[in-house]
Ligand binder design. Sequence first.
Ligand SMILES: Cc1cc2nc3c(=O)[nH]c(=O)nc-3n(C[C@H](O)[C@H](O)[C@H](O)COP(=O)(O)OP(=O)(O)OC[C@H]3O[C@@H](n4cnc5c(N)ncnc54)[C@H](O)[C@@H]3O)c2cc1C
Length: 409
Amino acid sequence: MDWNDTQEQATFRTQVRSLLDSKLPQRYVDMGKEVHQRERPWENDRKSEDPEARKAAEDWMAALSGEGWAAPHWPKEYGGGGLKPMEQFILNQELAQAGAPTVGGSGVSLLGPALIVHGTEEQKEKYLPPIMKGEVTWAQGFSEPGAGSDLAGLQTRAVRDGDEYVINGSKIWTSAAHLSDCLFALTRTDPDAPKHRGISFLMIDDIKTPGLSIRPIIDMANGHYFNETFFEDVRTPVSNILGEENRGWYVGMTLLDYERSNIAGAVGSRKELMALINYLGTDDGKYRSHLGKRETGMRAEIADRYIETEVMFQFSFRVISMHNSGQLPNYEASTSKLFNSELNQRLARTGSQMFGLYGALWSEREAGDYVPVSFAGDYVQSVPATIRGGTSEIQRNIIATRGLGLPRG
Ligand SMILES: Cc1cc2nc3c(=O)[nH]c(=O)nc-3n(C[C@H](O)[C@H](O)[C@H](O)COP(=O)(O)OP(=O)(O)OC[C@H]3O[C@@H](n4cnc5c(N)ncnc54)[C@H](O)[C@@H]3O)c2cc1C
């Protein structure tokens, strides 16, 4: 298999690099030099109190939108890039390599594609352009305290009252809701129907709608990333339903993450490992003295991580080559997701072990002179990736049953 770019792909890669060279705001150039990836930097900057951060978010959105690359997978008629799968892959690879943030959040990655397939013309005209301009961002209200892996068991009720739905219930793990302007949610509109058939997909186009409240969840890395969302008689017009009433499950399932190759994850893991290798390779012995007799074992462990990061690239290439030939990756995408999220944990564990007790320091600032990068903080932050978008256990179920044909339990 030849993974080198074709002439056409090489030209496209050059175009992406040239945009990065000329238009990536300095703030993101600097962020790109950090080994650890931040969560949703563009969305945070967009709502930041720091005018420079807000400007960086605006400028980068405008630069990407100008090329149609803010939403590379959307058709051109809706302001997207209409890019072929391989071009999307190259774009994501180059953005990740530069540490440049993706833009548009869940509006670009999730709602937009569902609107394009299921939305009315009025809905598309109203909701797609503000997403593309970075004027409006959306949060995803799917999971509930009793419905995560078994999402179809969701209980949040929407009852029709004239021209409106009235929503009551709660959602959990709503990422970035505190930074979002609007929220889309799966709600139960027919409690008597079989569970997949009584669900509707509703758009609440103002997150400040009366009755809607958001409570932060502080995660174990002490960050505010997700939230609980409560609905008390929240009203939304019937015209804000996406698709048909009680068919929302199928609309929700259209919200596939189009970046299924996980190339950004593969690039991130390789960058992190290389930083560790470079550091240990040029070390004056000060830190390696912590290793003592463990050095041989740790060297072998780094070799294992190196093999795994290379394997991760192969998984990414496999998924993208399937997209490219018109096939829909299924258990292959699960393999890539599972492997990458668990690799991040192994990598962070290896990194922190290299530095003995200093390896337990959480932040680069705290670690100061002792540890070049904080792997302990990264270890804690790497846990959610094995849960979001389907837990590792669910991915293993998919690989075992759909991939390997084993019987369901
Ligand atoms: C970082 C992050 C961001 C998220 N963002 C959002 C968001 O924006 N919007 C949103 O709606 N949700 C979001 N989620 C929620 C996410 O979708 C759920 O956490 C996930 O689907 C798992 O559901 P749960 O937490 O209820 O766990 P459960 O489904 O209750 O699972 C608990 C445990 O049981 C295991 N388990 C469950 N079923 C099976 C089975 N059939 N076989 C084997 N093991 C099983 C699971 O693997 C897990 O270990 C986010 C989660 C994370 C971590």
